[in-house]
Ligand binder design. Sequence first.
Ligand code: FPP
Length: 132
Amino acid sequence: MQNVPTHIAIMMDGNGRWGEKRGLTRSQGHFAGSKTMENIIDASLELGVKILTLYAFSSENWTRPEEEVKYLMDLPVIYLNEKLPKFIQKDIRICVLGDINGLPIHTREAVKKAVDQKSNNSKLIVNFALNK
Ligand code: FPP
């Protein structure tokens, strides 16, 4: 396919408002955002994009309400536990940008596990910016 960018970077924004507008919680908005993220990953693979960078949590996001931060730290665990086998099967390599030492242990472990599964997975690189 012609004119496909090699690298696409996406700032995720509006998840919370998306949820609130529909009478849902902000966390439900983030969960829906994670589903959209999956569609974007699949579409990137299909189009032949080589690198996809997804800004998932900025170092400024720690000031959000405690419950929301907790959910945003649980979401990578839920998401990666479910999707990692599929990522490996589809030749996707996961990388992380940001200070993962600042993440809660369960989040850090899930992220590390995903990053460690890197042998030969090179069709698409997905960079998650976390605490960046
Ligand atoms: C921005 O919306 C979105 C986020 C802060 C979080 C996005 C993260 C995910 C969807 C999942 C991450 C998963 C992994 C595996 C790293 P916002 O809350 O800034 O929206 P608003 O503008 O409505 O407040």
